[in-house]
Ligand binder design. Structure first.
Ligand SMILES: [Zn+2]
Length: 127
């Protein structure tokens, strides 16, 4: 029953792959991290999770004060990509904390931020 086995795969939120159940151990199953990713150095894992977290703030309808405090902390990260992403989203939050019409406002007032968002992959604009 190969096909059935394939359907029983499990999603790893770090590598983004659907992997067979046997590639996950007990705790990894619960936190959606496969055995290979579980062996990754903690700093690498943290960076993947933090990048996801920052992208998540951009998808929210509103970047809250609590999110801003978190972004401030992340902008001081030793990981330069995380620090850059966090600083960028912080700047966006200052201009337009609400997602509604954010891109339009940025296009008009902060073209530099909009371009940085595209460059870093935080948004995908097709125009
Ligand atoms: Zn994985």
């Amino acid at each position: 029953m190969l096909a059935a086995g394939m359907n029983m795969g499990h999603y790893c939120r770090l590598c983004g792959r659907i992997r067979p159940n046997e590639r996950f151990s007990g705790n990894g199953h619960r936190i959606h991290v496969c055995n290979d990713c579980a062996k990754m150095p903690k700093a690498d894992r943290d960076a993947i999770e933090q990048e996801e977290e920052i992208c998540g703030f951009m998808r929210q309808s509103h970047i809250s004060d609590k999110n801003i405090a978190r972004l401030r902390a992340l902008s001081a990260s030793d990981n330069s990509r995380i620090a850059d992403l966090a600083s960028l989203v912080l700047d966006v939050a200052k201009v337009k904390p609400y997602k509604k019409r954010r891109l339009k406002v940025l296009a008009r007032e902060r073209r530099d931020l909009l371009e940085a968002l595209e460059r870093t992959g935080l948004i995908h604009v097709h125009q």
